[in-house]
Design a protein around this ligand. Structure first.
Ligand code: HEM
Ligand code: CA
Ligand code: CA
Length: 302
């Protein structure tokens, strides 16, 4: 089982060390918080929160999850490795890469102005990974409200928490690859395209002018304050400025609309529900006790 005092004797200063090691990374690259938060989701969603996403392909059994197109633009895996290498000096062989991913994500949220979250620790690292599993388990940008609710229900989240965890899209950006389908195949996404704010639609079409994205470089921010963890995302999606189909859809679905409005009105309530959703996400299918291992190097098995 996970617990709050897990490293009390084996690595008492863990949280302080993670915080001071990640700070220069967050200060140097203002888009890093978004990357750390998405990294946790993409780890936890595939085989559970077990650092499977950090494994590199080898010549034997490991096919990196990064091969999956669903992991397009996942960044900062090597920063987790950097934090790990610092910890290996202080508490060698004690702290799992999976716990570091969760701690990095929570630091990213509070650094950006979001809630201060207490995460329980004690995860072990996986001894395998599969890009096919990543392909199957990670949602696509065309995901529906039903699909989204099903994913988060399986992690023990209620309706409010499911809407709150989508508020992660208050940070960061999306690339044209994930936007063009909405713009140029509207039948895939009729409901949400029809209600898009006209000015916003024009912005998206200017940024992503062709059906096949020309480069991976052009992006649009998830909300209008992409560096700040706030409730702006909910205000934007109510106003027809949701970036992906799923963002627009939760502002239209009768089940989720009242919650979206509540979060748009009351940021501290959003923060409170987000914190509990975050803990549930970070608890997905964790390996504990004798299962799994504590990798010495996050990118390969011991
Ligand atoms: C059904 C659920 C979800 C879908 C369909 C979805 C989809 C996406 C897509 C398509 C992108 C853009 C990737 C790109 O083009 O660069 C993205 C970005 C992002 N997602 Fe999600 N997402 C979902 C849930 C979540 C959750 C649960 C979290 C966090 C707990 C999250 C955090 C983020 C963040 C922070 C970014 C910005 C990343 C960056 O700027 O580097 N998303 N999401
Ligand atoms: Ca995983
Ligand atoms: Ca924001």
């Amino acid at each position: 089982q996970l617990s709050f005092g897990y490293y009390e004797t084996s690595c008492p200063n863990l949280e302080t060390i993670v915080k001071s090691t990640i700070l220069p990374i967050l200060l140097k690259d203002l888009t890093a918080p978004a990357a750390f938060l998405r990294l946790m989701f993409h780890d936890c969603q595939v085989q559970g929160c077990d650092a499977s996403i950090l494994l590199d392909s080898d010549n034997q059994n490991i096919n990196s999850e990064m091969v999956s197109s669903k992991n397009f633009m996942i960044r900062n895996r090597e920063s987790i490795g950097h934090i790990k290498s610092v910890l290996e000096f202080v508490c060698p062989g004690q702290v799992s890469c999976a716990d570091i991913i969760a701690l990095a994500a929570k630091e990213a949220v509070s650094f950006s102005g979001g809630p201060k979250i207490q995460v329980p620790l004690g995860r072990k690292d996986s001894t395998s990974s599969s890009y096919k599993q990543a392909d199957m388990s990670l949602p696509s940008s065309q995901s529906t409200v039903d699909g989204m609710l099903q994913i988060f229900k399986s992690k023990g989240m209620n309706l409010e928490e499911s809407v709150a965890i989508m508020g992660s899209h208050t940070l960061g950006a999306g690339h044209c690859l994930n936007i063009v389908d909405r713009l140029y195949n509207p039948k895939h996404d009729a409901a949400s395209t029809n209600v898009m704010d006209k000015g916003y639609e024009i912005l998206l079409r200017i940024t992503c002018p062709t059906k096949v994205p020309l480069t991976n470089l052009t992006f649009v921010t998830n909300d209008i304050t992409p560096l700040k963890f706030d409730n702006q995302y909910y205000q934007d999606i109510i106003n027809g400025r949701g970036l992906f189909g799923i963002d627009s859809s939760i502002a239209r679905d009768p089940r989720t609309v009242p919650i979206v409005k509540k979060f748009a009105d009351d940021q501290s309530y959003f923060f409170q529900v987000f914190a509990s959703a975050f803990v549930k996400l970070s608890w997905t299918n964790v390996l504990t006790g004798e299962t799994g291992q504590i990798r010495r190097d996050c990118s390969r098995l011991n």
